[in-house]
Write a protein that binds this ligand. Structure first.
Ligand code: F6R
Length: 241
């Protein structure tokens, strides 16, 4: 595992954008994108590079990491809407090349299986961006998730619903269930890039990077990956040895 500690969140964003840019410039690439606050600076930097440096996303394809169950795609907090407004619609990426999970599918287990098959049929994910929850989750694989899990339905912990209440106005409005790529699914991406900024993520980063490999800290599964990069600012790196 490669750990990159940068001084500021802007430098973190720039490092993550460099990794994505290299992949995009190599040719048609498949990006796995996360939502939440952590990658927003990186998306802003990639949008800037698209406008200022002509970074061309036209041949890129995107798979989202997870989605809330019960929200229509058009809901402003669905991860499909969020990734469109924060990134896709601001670069030259055709929305038809953006794949997400359908949180309103009548058969959620079938939807999850369809998604894993779609990722495989696309040749897998080249670069997967990840945030990390304060409880060590990645995607919405909460503590206790099997390290080999596939895409499936999960119940959010109270802590994650509290953490995400800022996007919904109240914790009661945060959906209880999600569809998420599993830890095994995520681990099949060729390059995992986990990004964390701020002191609030310092405990989770220390557990993921230097703690034991355990389902209690799902992000620790990155320790098994052949090409995992953790990009953090100094605040998030505070408890690293
Ligand atoms: C989002 C996701 C989550 C977030 C995590 C951190 O697609 O999969 O795992 O990355 O909850 O969220 P932020 O970045 O908002 O602190």
């Amino acid at each position: 595992m490669e750990i990159v500690i940068r001084s500021t969140p802007d430098e973190v964003a720039s490092t993550v954008a460099d990794i994505v840019e290299r992949s995009v410039r190599r040719g048609p690439t498949t990006l796995g994108l996360a939502t939440g606050s952590s990658p927003l600076g990186s998306y802003r930097e990639l949008i800037r590079r698209h406008h200022d440096d002509g970074l061309d996303f036209s041949s890129a394809r995107v798979f989202l990491l997870d989605e809330y169950v019960g929200l229509p795609k058009s809901h402003e907090q669905s991860y499909f809407s969020v990734i469109r407004s924060e990134f896709v619609d601001r670069v030259n990426l055709d929305p038809g090349r953006v794949h997400g999970l359908d949180g309103q599918a009548p058969d959620l287990a079938a939807e999850a299986a369809r998604y894993d098959a779609a990722i495989a049929a696309a040749g897998g994910i080249d670069v997967q961006l990840l945030g990390i929850g304060t409880d060590g989750h990645i995607g919405f694989n909460e503590p206790g998730s099997s390290l080999t899990s596939r895409t499936r339905i999960k119940t959010l912990t109270e802590q994650t619903r509290i953490d995400n209440a800022r996007f919904f106005g109240s914790v009661d409005d945060v959906p209880l269930h999600v569809l998420t790529q599993g830890l095994g699914t995520i681990g099949e991406a060729r390059h995992l890039v986990m990004v964390a900024v701020g002191a609030g993520k310092a405990d989770a980063i220390a557990a993921a990077v230097e703690g034991p490999l355990t389902a209690i800290c799902p992000a620790s599964v990155l320790q098994l990956h052949r090409h995992a990069t953790v990009v953090v600012d100094e605040a998030a790196a505070e408890w690293l040895a």
